[in-house]
Write a protein that binds this ligand. Structure first.
Ligand code: G3H
Ligand code: 13P
Ligand code: ZN
Length: 312
């Protein structure tokens, strides 16, 4: 039995009350503290998610141990989630290590292969009461083992068939977002008509609302890009998803919203500024402490935007 929160009842509450939960990527202690302290301060449930890259960087044991301490020290529900699991083995490893949720990302495979792989993960995960997020449709961007140059939007009828065949607990869909800091060349836009079609079809069959997930949802706020650039970063034409679109999505059936890039921007922009303005300081606790403070502010901002404050 996982020590972490089961996301399924949290999804049902979020869908019934029309808000989304933030899922934030973690790589080290400061990030975990910033996220969980931010969630605690607003009384919000929260997902800590581990990518393959984070697992390689920090080691699974370290991240699980840190996350365990964080969840013991908070009263809000904390889900420990694998982000973009590329194969059965990494999902199994995370389930065995105590995660309460895993994502199997077969979106780059053929449809029958994605179905078969997701079925295999669901069968194992459900034996241990662990929830499974799957993905259908493809987002542009690179995430270590799962990468794609092209994007294609999720087909609503295929999404229904996929959920029926696999028994996954939530589904990441492609409606216009992409990973990283360069999402749009002009104004951001999302395909809300497609979102509604997917939701209506699956909910009608499922009888109860089915949770959909939005990846690649950083807004790449101008003020953070400017701060980082003022202190030496080179971010070119970085552009994210507008906050209005995310707020709308969180009321229309998106129950989990993934954020990584904006946390990195807050952390790194602060770090650059602090080091430039404080040349004599070389104590990591000082500069990491500053970065953590601003990452927590970023997390709180997202929680308010997605509407999950006081829902924990
Ligand atoms: O999509 C997920 C995250 O941005 C993961 O990034 O693979 O570099 O850790 P990463
Ligand atoms: P961003 O790169 O937009 O923050 O998306 C993160 C994500 O989707 C992690 O799975
Ligand atoms: Zn993602």
């Amino acid at each position: 039995m996982s020590l972490f929160a089961d996301p399924r009842p949290l999804f049902q509450k979020a869908l019934a009350e029309r808000y989304a939960m933030g899922a934030f990527n973690i790589s080290n202690m400061e990030m975990i503290q910033a996220i969980v302290e931010g969630a605690e301060s607003l009384g919000s449930p929260v997902f800590l998610q581990v990518s393959f890259g984070a697992k390689k960087y920090a080691g699974l044991d370290y991240l699980v141990a840190l996350a365990e301490v964080a969840q013991k020290n908070t009263s809000v529900p904390v889900v420990l989630h694998l982000d973009h699991g590329a194969n059965f083995d990494v999902c199994k490893q995370c389930i065995d290590a105590g995660f309460s949720s895993v994502m199997i990302d077969g979106s780059a495979l053929s449809y029958p292969e994605n179905v078969a792989l997701t079925q295999e993960v669901v069968a194992y995960a459900h034996k241990y009461n662990v929830a499974v997020e799957a993905e259908l449709g493809q987002l542009k961007g690179v995430e270590d083992d799962v990468s794609s140059e092209e994007s294609y939007f999720t087909d609503p009828h295929q999404a229904l068939d996929f959920v029926q065949k696999t028994g996954c607990d939530s589904l990441a869909i492609s409606i216009g977002t992409s990973h990283g800091a360069y999402k749009f060349s002009g104004e951001s836009s999302l395909d809300f008509t497609r979102l509604k079609e997917i939701k209506d079809l699956i909910d009608y069959w499922n009888k109860v609302p089915f949770p959909l997930v939005l990846h690649g949802s950083s807004s790449v706020p101008k003020e953070w890009v400017s701060l980082a650039e003022k202190y030496g970063a080179q971010l070119g034409n970085a552009r994210g998803v507008s906050e209005d679109l995310l707020s709308k999505a969180s009321k229309l059936g998106i129950a989990k919203i993934n954020i990584d890039t904006d946390l990195r921007l807050a952390f790194t922009g602060t770090l650059r500024q602090f080091l430039r303005e404080n040349p004599p300081i070389f104590d990591p606790r000082k500069y990491l402490g500053e970065s953590k403070k601003n990452m927590k502010i970023m997390v709180e901002h997202k929680i308010k935007l997605f509407g999950s404050q006081n829902k924990g």
